[in-house]
Design a protein around this ligand. Structure first.
Ligand SMILES: [Zn+2]
Length: 208
């Protein structure tokens, strides 16, 4: 039996042509960069950029380090039914299961043109210490509950461009891909510096 949080994800392809959009190159650049920084272990993380009709997003189950034009797909509509999410897409692969999350952010924040979700475990572990906006509890990945909770946090912090998904990952948003990408990178640097300082302090204490 399905639990109430389980949603079926269905993709309807409006066309199977490969994407022809200049934005794909920059999106691939950020996928590879996050992979190098180890922010997307295995096939975690999904990145998107707004288009006229929807957004281009990474495919499901593909590691960001392996991103290429053929595993990007344009989502033009997301329909939320009771226990089913139907995604209308143009391209070859199945879009990320988190497409609903991206879709809702683009709808509620017209100023935002890039949504980058990665699994930055350092930041996730230090979310409260860094005073970052964070979801309450942990919602299943790809669930509508997670999307609703992210919406709630963004509603409370209308200026927020970065938030933590409790025990899961982070979302950086921006007017441009460069802005969202830099934010994700800067927060990772901050978390790394804090971890280093804490390590040095602990080593100092151990010597006393
Ligand atoms: Zn995730």
């Amino acid at each position: 039996m399905q639990s109430s949080t389980e949603v079926r994800f269905e993709t309807v392809f409006l066309s199977k042509n490969a994407l022809d959009d200049d934005r794909t190159e920059q999106l691939i650049y950020w996928c590879k960069r996050f992979d190098k920084l180890n922010l997307a272990p295995k096939s975690a993380g999904n990145l998107s950029v707004r288009t006229k009709k929807g957004f281009i997003i990474t495919a499901t189950g593909v590691a960001l380090g392996a991103a290429e034009r053929d595993n990007l797909v344009e989502v033009v509509e997301v329909e939320i039914k009771q226990a089913k999410i139907v995604v209308y897409a143009k391209g070859k692969p199945i879009p990320s299961k988190e497409s609903v999350l991206h879709s809702e952010i683009y709808h509620s924040r017209p100023d935002i043109n890039a949504v980058f979700h990665v699994h930055d475990q350092l930041v996730v572990g230090l979310a409260d210490e860094l005073g970052l906006p964070c979801t309450e509890g942990e919602q299943p990945r790809g669930s509508y509950e997670l999307t609703t909770e992210v919406q709630r946090v963004l509603e409370l912090r209308k200026d927020a461009r970065y938030l933590v998904l409790r025990n899961h990952g982070v979302i950086a948003i921006g007017e441009t891909m460069a802005e969202a990408g830099k934010l994700a990178e800067d927060m990772n640097k901050l978390a790394r510096n804090l971890t280093r300082r804490k390590g040095a302090k602990n080593a100092g204490n151990a010597r006393i």
